[in-house]
Design a protein around this ligand. Structure first.
Ligand SMILES: C[S@@+](CC[C@H](N)C(=O)[O-])C[C@H]1O[C@@H](n2cnc3c(N)ncnc32)[C@H](O)[C@@H]1O
Length: 228
């Protein structure tokens, strides 16, 4: 069973999802272009066979579509979806159970504003942290905590990958992103599209360097952060 929700993410109807999958039209559109970026940055050729499978943790999985699309392309990785909204866990589980490569772990009910130690993660134990479309739809405090957690729980030289709309040098474009930002701030003044310069400062505080900015379809960007 599947259920399509038009204005995805964070604005769903709070009905718990069981034994069916949600389809966010935005995630359906962007998952393939994000996968192409991941194929450039995820390191798949581990020389040491005894090494554990790389751990890819997604923060704010939403419907669960992104990990479901990525996981079969990285069969030696373990994908850990997480989500703060418990109503979405059933949809994420549905995708995880039906993944042909069986490398998606059951979702964790996780609020990124808490320390990842509360969910059993050890310091410097995560190979990749991935977060799409959350930074602008949450108070800035969530972004601060995302960066602090990444700085503490990513392994050395590991990557955090963030995706969404961003401003740069105080400028946001095109007009559709300016209107989107205004809509978000009307919904909640603590929301809003963030400036890459502010994120870079947060990165510096948490040993994370912005090593690449990739332009994506629909005026979004993927930012690649490396733990020093
Ligand atoms: C716009 S949706 C993005 C979902 C998915 N990543 C995607 O791109 O389709 C934003 C998600 O952030 C989640 N979220 C909001 N606050 C959060 C928090 N404090 N910790 C973890 N996730 C959070 C929401 O529940 C929602 O699922």
């Amino acid at each position: 069973m599947s259920k399509t929700q038009d204005f995805a993410c964070g604005f769903h109807d709070n009905e718990s999802i069981t034994n069916e999958k949600l389809i966010y039209p935005a995630a359906s559109r962007n998952k393939e272009s994000i996968l192409q970026v991941l194929k450039r940055f995820l390191i798949t050729d581990t020389e040491n066979d005894d090494e554990e499978n790389p751990l890819f943790v997604e923060i704010a999985s939403g419907s669960g579509q992104h990990v479901a699309h990525f996981a079969p392309h990285f069969p030696n990785f373990k994908f850990q979806p997480t989500e703060v909204d418990s109503a979405l866990l059933g949809s994420i589980s549905y995708y995880a159970k039906h993944c042909p490569t069986k490398n998606i772990l059951p979702p964790l009910h996780l609020d990124i504003c808490n320390s990842l130690s509360q969910y059993g993660f050890k310091e410097e134990s995560i190979d990749y942290i991935y977060n799409a479309n959350m930074i602008h739809i949450t108070p800035f405090e969530c972004t601060i905590r995302l960066f602090e957690n990444a700085g503490q729980y990513l392994k050395r030289d590991a990557f955090m990958i963030t995706y969404g709309p961003y401003a740069k040098d105080g400028r946001l474009s095109p007009d559709s992103n300016i209107r989107f930002d205004a809509t978000l701030r009307d919904i909640d003044p603590s929301y809003g599209v963030r400036d890459i310069n502010d994120l870079t400062k947060l990165g510096e505080k948490n040993n994370l360097s912005l090593i690449d900015t990739i332009e994506m379809p629909s005026n979004n960007k993927t930012l690649i952060w490396k733990k020093n």
